[in-house]
Write a protein that binds this ligand. Structure first.
Ligand SMILES: [Zn+2]
Length: 547
């Protein structure tokens, strides 16, 4: 196997738990592992098959994405480009353009649009009708918990004034009870699963390949697909068998509150199938080369604040009788968490509202008490709101807090859809990254792509500054929750390795797996708002070039 030596720049070996960086001058890796650093590595250059001149750049541990929807993200590019729109008219123009270019399409399926363009996120079917005519159309909002459909789609789905809201979902209605055209939570998901046409297998495998290639181009080597249904496993198995995975992907199979008991055996079988395929193709997991795993179970504990489905401890500020839409009865969640943990799965709980986070922490705490031998690091994802006193519980229980740091800023979503819903008195309960980290918990970072960009660079900048890098002079939002660049990069590397259950990754110490990214500059040394200007020059996954 090739011996690779990198010199001529800096090697960011690790960021320790206090966030202090450790640099070296050179690194050597072979057979997937780091074998030498500094002078010892430089001496190996004479016999190396491959010597990389870092040209003054930095080789760093490769970042990962702790929560994303890579297939949904890549499939967006197959439909109308509504993401680039700046208002409702822009969405309609994109749909009209796509329809003109695809006149034979029987359906228009696309995403994802900015839900702040219409008051309350309520989009009218009739607006779409003007450009789609009779072609059934469904567009997802970028929260991926909401969809906008036209009249033909409502007809295709048999949704009218007499249709009751489905369990755990809402059909937004006009005053007279007829459906407006906006579907929330299970109303949107059921429609996509049961009514909208499915994408072909080849289409989905291509999406896996495209998404993982784009991740490799960003220097990333591990992605958590945070929402996998049983029928989605196939496109990953095919992608692995055809060698079309450019990053590692871990699958999180979604536990359904209504049928989770029947899923226990099924998910264990799917995991065995995934791991068998991965082992055949990449060798034993312990060797570090594997690119596919299915270690994880996803729970949607609640919804999102934007459409009032996040579960709060007290009612919404703008709806005095509504505290959100929890997806699970507490006892059922506790039982499901315990049962999947007993099968050796890692748990990944989506929790946005403060009540959802408390319920998630309670479930994991109860499971730990009942199964003290269970040492797996479980995950609560998003952690958008924490009631006072809850931040410290992550360290106490031993739960990884997965944050999407790009959301920790006062942007249009925060200003127009979040703060008006939760009220100013709860504004300061959000994205307590600094508090959770300071209490000693492991923090990992992610994107929730395609909800927001999968590019870690602007998100890293925001974790440090608590504002957008596009406004360098902006004031920090909740400034006490800022963290250092080393801590933030640590969340993308050490934190990700912990979440990936990979004790051999997250740093470039000798003996670690050589997952590395070659950057034009060290993200720890630039002014934070310049981090997005860093160029990714190369990516290595277990010592093999993936970009
Ligand atoms: Zn998500």
């Amino acid at each position: 196997m090739t011996l690779t030596v990198c010199t001529g720049g800096k090697v960011l070996v690790s960021t320790d738990t206090n966030g202090a960086p450790h640099y070296s001058t050179a690194i050597a890796f072979t057979q997937g592992k780091v074998v030498a650093l500094g002078e010892a590595a430089e001496q190996l250059a004479a016999t190396a098959e491959e010597v990389i001149d870092l040209a003054g750049g930095t080789l760093a541990p490769a970042p990962g994405d702790g929560h994303a929807h890579p297939v949904l993200g890549a499939l967006e590019s197959a439909g109308p480009n509504v993401r680039a729109a700046h208002d409702v008219q822009g969405i309609l123009d994109a749909v009209a353009e796509w329809k003109a270019a695809n006149p034979a399409a029987e359906w228009i399926v696309g995403g994802s649009y900015d839900a702040t363009f219409a008051p309350g996120g309520s989009f009218d079917a009739r607006w779409l009708d003007e450009v789609t005519g009779d072609t059934p159309t469904i567009l997802r909002a970028w929260d991926y918990h909401t969809a906008w459909v036209n009249t033909a789609a409502l007809k295709a789905g048999g949704i009218d004034a007499d249709t009751p809201d489905p369990e755990l979902g809402r059909i937004v209605r006009r005053e007279d009870g007829t459906p407006l055209g906006t579907l929330q939570e299970s109303a949107a998901n059921n429609f996509l699963a049961d009514v909208a046409p499915p994408f072909s297998l080849e289409h989905r495998v291509t999406a896996v390949e495209q998404a993982t290639r784009e991740y490799a181009e960003l220097g990333m080597t591990w992605v958590q697909d945070a929402w996998v249904e049983p029928h989605d496993v196939e496109h990953y198995l095919v992608a692995a068998a055809q060698d079309r995975l450019h990053t590692r992907v871990n699958l999180a199979l979604r536990a359904d509150p209504a049928i989770w008991r029947t899923q226990l055996e099924l998910f264990a079988t799917l995991r065995a199938q995934v791991h068998e395929t991965a082992e055949q193709h990449y060798g034993p997991v312990s060797a570090g080369f594997s690119r596919l795993s299915a270690n994880t179970i996803k729970f949607f504990v609640d919804g999102v604040i934007e459409n009032h489905t996040a579960a709060l401890g007290a009612p919404y500020a703008d709806r005095s009788d509504d505290a959100g839409l929890p997806n699970w009865q507490h006892e059922e969640l506790d039982a499901a968490v315990a049962a999947f943990a007993e099968l050796g799965f890692q748990l990944h709980l989506h929790a946005i509202g403060d009540a959802a986070n408390t319920v998630a922490l309670n479930a994991l705490e109860a499971m730990r008490a009942a199964q003290p031998e269970n040492q797996t690091q479980h995950v609560i994802a998003h952690v958008a709101m924490l009631a006072p006193g809850e931040a410290e519980r992550f360290a106490k229980i031993g739960v990884i807090a997965n944050f999407e740091p790009y959301w920790a800023q006062c942007d249009a979503v925060m200003r127009d859809l979040t703060i008006p819903h939760i009220g100013h008195d709860r504004e300061g309960w959000q994205y307590l990254i600094g508090s959770v980290l300071r209490s000693g918990a492991t923090v990992s970072f992610g994107s929730d792509w395609p909800v927001t960009t999968k590019d870690w660079r602007p998100a890293l900048s925001t974790a440090i500054t608590r504002h957008s890098h596009l406004e360098p002079e902006a004031e920090a939002w909740l400034p006490e929750e800022r963290i250092s660049a080393a801590q933030a990069y640590g969340a993308y590397t050490r934190g990700i390795a912990a979440q990936a259950l990979a004790s051999d990754r997250g740093s470039l110490e000798i003996g670690m797996t050589a997952d590395a990214v070659w950057l034009s500059a060290s993200p720890l040394e630039l002014p934070p708002t310049d981090i997005p200007t860093i160029t990714v020059l190369g990516t290595w996954l277990a010592g093999a070039r993936s970009y």
